[in-house]
Design a protein around this ligand. Structure first.
Ligand code: DP6
Length: 330
């Protein structure tokens, strides 16, 4: 049996940061994201008779050849294989070879682990011929360790209900990919790998003196962004997205040890977004756990935004994304 799975990365408009339960990957707050059409992982999965063969090769962004995954990369997949089998009460063991390729730079603040682990969750379920609901699949993806992988399972615009238990911490689509023509113009400022994993960052989130106030503000922010989304009020939506990015990074920069993801180029990009807006192009920024900047605008502004950033010296690459479907078998 051989098949291919494709799964998108996602950009969080309201971020997941901090966990109520580290083992079960239950976040402190709901989060809300959009799946990205041009930032995805494709996995070719072969099921083998011999369970002793469990191999993985990875083709990096812009590389033409597959290379053996490192022991650490393979171990994460093997750990998730054990977790998933346990969750689904599967006793059978299978062998597999995985060929994984990414359409975008890894570990640079564009959730590559989200697209990868959501694809792996779907691939394992398919390999074991387990028909499960989207909600259950999102719960499994969450347990991969990369919690945001759960948001790459449903289509389009996705809400992650934080929940209090494993069963109640799941994701669902609140708008299909054609619901709203919002675009994410990703400015790749550097494709260097980041130094601190989100996993380590979550664990230290509560050491920020601003973590609690963020938690107190979030219910209103979440209900306001949902209202703006339902009304398709892009101005209200964009302002909330931008404020949230600053709010989120304020926690990161003040936790112990602090996480400074911004570079000089990040600040230049922020200033450029503000200038574009002053000149009449409506766009807003958000920044994940990395230095790259995501410029959020409506489809009719994409060309202006892209052309304007192409003229700057600080941008290495630009990836224009539209809302995308979630994880699927091709
Ligand atoms: C900052 O624990 O899901 O991207 O495994 O690195 O993808 P990765 O991280 P994860 O935390 C994501 C944190 C975030 C914000 C978000 O996407 O909600």
């Amino acid at each position: 049996m051989e098949f291919t799975v494709k799964s998108p990365a996602n950009i969080a408009f309201i971020k997941y940061w901090g966990q109520k339960d580290i083992q079960l990957v239950i976040p402190c707050n709901d989060s809300f994201s959009m799946n990205l059409s041009e930032c995805f992982t494709e996995i070719n999965f072969k099921v083998l008779e011999d369970p002793s063969i469990k191999e993985m090769q990875i083709k990096e962004y812009k590389s033409s050849e597959y290379k053996q995954a490192t022991d650490v990369e393979l171990q994460k997949v093997l750990d998730f294989y054990v977790t998933l089998k346990k969750e689904l009460s599967i006793t059978k063991d299978i062998g597999f070879t995985i060929l994984s390729s990414n359409s975008f730079p890894k570990k640079a603040g564009i959730a590559s682990s989200a697209s990868f682990f959501s694809a792996i969750a779907l691939a394992f379920c398919h390999a074991f011929q387990k028909e499960i609901s989207e909600k259950e699949l999102s719960i499994l993806a969450r347990l991969s360790g990369s919690g945001s992988a759960a948001r790459s399972i449903p289509d389009g615009f996705v809400w992650w209900h934080a929940g209090l238990t494993s069963e109640s911490s799941y994701t669902e689509s609140i708008g299909a990919n054609d619901y709203w023509d919002i675009s994410d113009v990703v400015l790749v400022l550097s494709s260097k790998e980041k130094k601190v994993s989100s996993q380590d960052g979550h664990k230290r989130a509560q050491t920020s003196p601003y973590f609690e106030s963020r938690q107190q503000l979030l219910p209103k922010i979440l209900s306001d962004i949902k209202a703006a989304f339902i009304k398709k009020d892009f101005t209200a939506f964009g302002r909330i997205v931008e404020n949230e990015a600053i709010n989120f990074h304020s926690v990161l920069m003040t936790q112990n040890p602090p996480l400074y993801f911004w570079s000089g180029k990040t600040l230049e990009a922020i200033e450029h977004v503000i200038k574009l807006r002053q000149d009449g192009t409506e766009c807003y920024f958000t920044i994940d756990a990395g230095e790259n900047v995501h410029v959020i605008c409506q489809k009719d502004q994409v060309e202006v935004v892209r052309d304007s950033f192409l003229k700057t010296a600080f941008v290495e690459d630009i990836i224009v994304n539209y809302p995308s479907r979630g994880a699927r078998i091709l």
